[in-house]
Ligand binder design. Structure first.
Ligand SMILES: Cc1ncc(COP(=O)(O)O)c(C=O)c1O
Length: 342
């Protein structure tokens, strides 16, 4: 759908378009060839994210998927194994990249209703030192998980449980800033036990492209090689890095607005009898609503005619708030929903 035809897009926080102020910064960005290490904005962005995360170094990459892939291949060799959540992005949504390109096994573990792994499952899943088994090497955590914040205590306990088994720890923090804003803690406090952490700039932070992987100099230098291997060495990437810097300077605190809007949305949905929504479960920018299958099947097309975009799902529909979703647009959406059920 052309931009002008869309009233509001709830499919994801990845759908935001750069603001006029962000575009102005991009247009003026000083650039150099980043494969030569010459791009000042890329260098500034990497330094900034490394400092934010309390890590030695950072690497600008094209996407969250590439960031996680670089981390997994930096930490693991062929025949090794990654422990992670059965519903975590690295396991179900990244085309099996670690296995396809790295010869790495994935050991998925259950998560509870808050998205958290269980420490005892880590103990049970780590393989013994036995030639029959893959070598358990990395624990991949995620924060937020489907909008659920993982507290500092939860992340600390899981990371330390993994480390007790000699695992390195990677945190997929695609929406880590949402967690930090919700918890009201410096982001470095959440990731202090992680050996690497990936942050997406192109989700709630509103940049058009890019993620940053942070970690020790050693891990980042290995990740740098993987990025090159997968064709992710970019040239005048400063145009994009400038957007990322702008996002970190201007779009972090405002994530609280997205969280407030998600709550507003959930509270209004709860007043529609045909919809079931757990208002208390809304922590950041995601709301999940369920409804009868026939309604869920016809709703996306009905709303699209009104300029409202949602993802289809047999019954449980995810709605995401972001930079381009205002309280007023939420109210308009709810009015259209009432019309649909009427
Ligand atoms: C938790 C999580 N990790 C990683 C990614 C991958 O990001 P990208 O779409 O930039 O590859 C996503 C994307 O939605 C995500 O939700």
């Amino acid at each position: 759908m052309a931009t002008g035809d869309v009233l509001v897009d709830f499919r994801s926080d990845t759908v935001t378009r750069p603001t006029a102020a962000m575009r102005a910064v991009m247009a003026k960005a000083d650039v150099g060839d980043d494969v030569y290490g010459d791009d000042p904005n890329v260098n500034d962005l990497q330094d900034k994210v490394a400092a934010l995360m309390g890590k030695e170094a950072a690497l600008f990459v094209t996407s969250g998927t590439q960031s996680n892939l670089c981390a997994m291949l930096a930490h693991c060799q062929r025949g090794q194994e990654i422990l992670t959540g059965e519903n975590y992005h690295v396991f179900i949504d990244e085309a099996g990249g670690a296995s396809v390109l790295g010869g790495i096994m994935m050991a998925p573990m259950p998560t509870d209703e808050t998205g958290a792994l269980n420490g005892d499952d880590i103990d049970r899943t780590v393989k013994p030192d036995d030639p029959h088994c893959p070598i358990s090497s990395l624990l991949c955590l995620e924060n937020t998980v489907s909008g659920n914040v993982q507290s500092v205590d939860v992340i600390d306990a899981l990371a330390l449980r993994g480390k007790a088994h000699g695992l390195a720890v990677h945190l997929d923090g695609a929406r880590l800033m949402n967690a930090a804003v919700k918890l009201d803690v410096p982001v470095r406090d959440i990731v202090k036990h992680a050996d690497s952490v990936s942050l997406c700039l192109s989700k709630g932070l509103g940049a058009p492209v890019g993620s940053v992987l942070a970690g020790s100099r050693e891990v980042i230098s290995r990740a740098y090689r993987v990025r090159k291997l997968v064709g992710g060495g970019l040239r005048q990437a400063g145009l994009l890095a400038a957007a990322g810097l702008y996002a970190l300077d201007h779009h972090v605190d405002r994530l609280a607005d997205d969280h407030a809007n998600a709550l507003r949305l959930a509270e209004q949905l709860a007043t529609i009898p045909q919809i079931s929504v757990n208002v208390d479960a809304v922590q950041t920018n995601m709301v999940f609503m369920t409804m009868a299958h026939d309604a869920a099947a016809s709703l996306p097309a009905y709303l699209q005619n009104k300029g409202i975009l949602i993802n289809g799902h047999p019954s449980r529909i995810r709605l995401v708030t972001h930079l381009d979703v205002s309280a007023e647009k939420i109210d308009q959406f709810v009015t259209e929903l009432r019309g649909f059920f009427a």
